[in-house]
Structure formats: structure tokens, C-alpha cells
Write a protein that binds this ligand. Sequence first.
Ligand code: PHE
Length: 450
Amino acid sequence: MAAARGEFSSRFGFIMAAAGSAVGLGNIWGFPTQAASNGGGAFLMVYLILAFCIAYPALMAELIIGRHAHANAVEALRSVSRGPISRMFGGATGITGLIVASFILSFYVIVSGWMMAFCLNSMLTLAGFSEAAAWLIEFSLPRNLFFMGIFMLLTVGIISRGVQSGIEKWSGRLMPMLIVTLVLLVLYVLTLEGAMEGLKVYLVPDFERAISPSLIVKALGSAFFSLSLGVGTMLVYGSYIRDDENLPLVGGMVTMIDIGIAVMAGFLIIPAMYVAQHNGVEIFTATGALISEDTLIFTVLPALFQTMGVAGVIVSIVFFFLMSIAALTSSISILEVPVSYTIENHNMGRQKAVWTIGGAVAVLSTVVLLNFSWMFGLVIEVSTRYFQPLLGLVMCVFAGWVWNRNSILQELKKGDAATESGWFWKIWPGYVRTVCPIIILVVFVNYIWA
Ligand code: PHE
């Protein structure tokens, strides 16, 4: 059955695909901007703690459940249930996940479209078409709609090809390039005036801010968004992993790559903000809040590239191209959640499922664009800050309480016969059962009461 559903052909293929899903706008647009507007170092510190201590165990819950069930999220959560009530609850969680995934995709394709528009802008500038180029970076409804549509078509095009030839091939090729470009850009920005101020903001935590309930909720949401958790993406990707793969190991690698890139992007974006400020770009309001948070990197990065002269145009092309690709390897993983469910549970062909769901989400994106001023931020906040961690909590409960512990062990043993005596098995089962759910709950209760 697994082969008929498609699976990743190699360990590298899976890691690249899962890291491709994880690494995207969350790392380069989401995390650094959130860090910059929430006390820099304080946010970084809380983010790192939550990512390793809560998000990684939750990721493992999804991967293990997915690989065991070799099915979409709804079916998988039902199949690890032991009674009618938990079965119903599992199904409901899966369905909620795919609805939330669709909402995430609706804003994701908009921002990804901006990345493409900025890439094209630099290409046209290089070719000497500066007037057409200007239209591409001006915030307008036609531009936003157009690029959202194009990006959605690309996502749909790749997903309609299935797991191996679509998802795996693309992720493996372009991810390494993104990492190299990022490192080079970080090295460059740090040589510029103003960068050190940004570096200080990023690295020196203000402990008082770090305990603020709203900062903690934001950092938790950021970690879950960045690692693609809660909505079933990692569960579905887990379902395409081969049985002989060592899950804790590959999950750990994906986590390291994702967090590593987010932290590195912070080293680029936050200093770049201060460099831009140094060069006269306004980035903070009088009260110290970031000006237009959602689009800020589209101001500061082009300003940074401008400091490089002609070379900057090329760097800009490369950077926004790679960002578009990073976004694409994430958007396909989001779309795969509702698609895999529709194919497997409603007996629809892949093509038809992909086009129908892709079309529906494009309509949703259009509604968001038409009501941008209030809807854009709201959709992001509700889906990523609240739903992702709370759904992640339910996944932990399924792995820790609902599913039989012995089956989990058997599942892990398929990839590593010595699992039972390893550190993962000693810590994770109890941890995901108690510590993870309790901490997620405490974070939210603390936030609501504060
Ligand atoms: N992790 C992706 C990013 O950082 C976004 C994502 C969220 C992907 C949810 C899948 C599911 O950009």
C-alpha cells in the first residue's frame, strides 16, 4: 500500500523534503520580524527553548503517527485511536488541521507572490525596464492578485505530480543553494555600518521581556509555524517515509536545519533593519513598534541590496528566487494535507483533488486580498499563533495517551532495532505525554489571564 501511495526514495530525499516544508517564509519573513518587534534576544531565547523542548517532540509525534498509519492525517489519527470517542476526536482534529492548513496556504501564497514579484523586479531592472519593474514592487491589488495566482498555479502544478518526481526532486536541488546564499549575505551585512547595533539587539536578551506571556505565545506559534506542525503536514510527510528509516534521527536533522536557518535569517534581517535605519529608512514608529511589520523585509532587504551597487541587483535576483523556491517547497507541503485526505477518503483522482482544492484556496486568498487591512493579519494570527500549537497539543495527547505505547515502540524499532535502550525512548514517551501538553496549556492559560 505504501508504494502505491508514493514514498520518499531516500533519506536525503525525505530530509530535504521535510526541511523544504519547514524552511520557508516562517524562517525568513516570520521569525526575524517577530524577533525584531518583540525584544530581539528575548524572543530568540524563548523561541530556541520552545523549538527544542516542545516543537521537536511534537514533530516526532506527527512523524511516528504518520509513518505508522501510512495514511493522511484524518485517517492516521483515527487509526491510532482505540475507542469510538477517540476515533471521532482524531477525525475531527485531522479535519480541523486541514481547514487550518487551507487558511495558512491562503496567506502563504500571497506573501510568496511578493517574493516572486521582487525577483522579477530585479530581473527587469537589470534588463533596463525600470517602469514595468516599478509596478512589481508597488503594493497594489492587481499585482497582489496576479502573483498570488501565479504562485498558486506553481504549487498546484508540482503537487499534481505526486511525491517523488514533484516534492522530492525540487526540494533536494534548491535547499542547499538557499543555505549558501544566506550565509554569504549574513557575512556581507555584518560588514556594514549599523549592523552591530542590530546584532546587539538580536543577541542580548532582555530577561524581563522574555517572561511576558504574549511574547511566549508568539514564540511558541512561531516555532510551530516554522516547523510546519499541528496541521498535519509533518504527519503526511511522515506517512511517506520508508519503514527502515530511523525517525528520531531524521526528525532531529529536520529540526536542526529549520531552526538553524531561522536563527541565521535573524542574523541577516535584524542587522539589515538597522543598516537600513542607519541609511535613513524609517523602520520604527515613535513608540518603538516596527512600521508595517508584514512587509518590512520588502523594504529593508532591497535597501540592503542597493548598497551593493550593480552586484546588488544580481544578489537580489538570487535571493528572491531562492525565497520563492523555499516558499514553494513549503506551500506544496501545505496543499498536500487536504489533497491527500481528499484522494484517500473521497476516492478522488490526484489531478481533480489538487485543482479543486487549489482553486478553493485561491478564492480564499482573493477574499483576504480584498479585505487586506483587517483580514490578512487576523488569518495569520488565528491560524499560526493559536491553532497550530493547540492542534500540536492534541497530536501530543494522541501520541502520549491514546495510542498504545507498545505500537509506538514497534514503529520506532522498524528503523532502529536498538531503540529501546536509546535516549529517545527513555525520555520522549513520558515527555510527550505530560510535559509537552502541560507546557502548551500553561502558555495559553498564562496568556489569557495576563
Ligand atoms: N514551515 C513553513 C515555513 O516556515 C510554513 C508551514 C506551516 C508549512 C504549516 C506547512 C504547514 O514557512
